[in-house]
Design a protein around this ligand. Structure first.
Ligand SMILES: C[S@@+](CC[C@H](N)C(=O)[O-])C[C@H]1O[C@@H](n2cnc3c(N)ncnc32)[C@H](O)[C@@H]1O
Length: 188
């Protein structure tokens, strides 16, 4: 299932034999900023887990994780790793925007790691439904410092302000930084 050249892929896989050659530092830096919080018993909704690097960390730290991945191949790898790690992540193959329309699922934490700008590019203002049509009280978000010309024309560095202005989230705190990206904790 996991081929030998997977080290070239987007996200590291801890269990892979080539894992020690992969660049995991950025991922570990995000995890370091998450370590200041207690996720035990928290119900987490993760959007776009890729190969589940963060999903499995939350799972291993006592959270109840649901992770929605739209890419079929990545979703399959997540399911394979869930079995391999004896994990209990609830991976769902689907598009988050459809999922939030169809589901009344209740969560404590929304985890958006390097994904919200993709939703903005694809769904424009509609992407804010994810932040406004759910009642998730806490959000963790990491994204680039600029959104590019295709987004909502947000000045560089003003991503937290944009979230605060366009959504029900009212408080933002920077909790970490890696490479050119900042990690934020938001509260409603
Ligand atoms: C840039 S990658 C980030 C992956 C991971 N969160 C990380 O930080 O390493 C974005 C991921 O979100 C998935 N994705 C993109 N649009 C999505 C959507 N509408 N619903 C669910 N997943 C989506 C992609 O397939 C991809 O795995």
């Amino acid at each position: 299932m996991i081929s030998a050249d997977m080290y070239k892929t987007y996200q590291p896989i801890r269990a892979h034999p080539n894992a020690s050659q992969w660049r995991t530092q950025a991922y570990e830096e995000v995890i370091d900023s998450l370590k200041q919080f207690d996720f035990v018993g928290k119900r987490i909704l993760e959007v776009g887990p890729c190969y589940g690097y963060y999903s499995f960390w939350f799972d291993g730290n006592g959270a109840e994780v649901t992770a929605i991945e739209s890419n079929a191949g990545r979703y399959e790898i997540c399911e394979g790793l869930n079995e391999f790690y004896h994990g209990s992540v609830n991976f769902i193959h689907g598009d988050i925007m459809e999922y939030i329309k169809d589901s009344n699922a209740d969560f404590d934490v929304l985890f958006l790691q390097n994904i919200f700008h993709h939703l903005l590019r694809h769904y424009k203002e509609e992407a804010f439904m994810l932040l406004n049509d759910t009642n998730i009280p806490w959000m963790f978000l990491t994204m680039g410092s600029t959104l590019g010309p295709w987004s909502l024309n947000v000045p560089k560095g003003n991503i937290p302000l944009m979230i605060l202005n366009h959504s029900k989230y009212r408080l933002a705190k920077k909790i970490g930084k890696w490479y050119h990206r900042d990690t934020y904790f938001f509260e409603r």
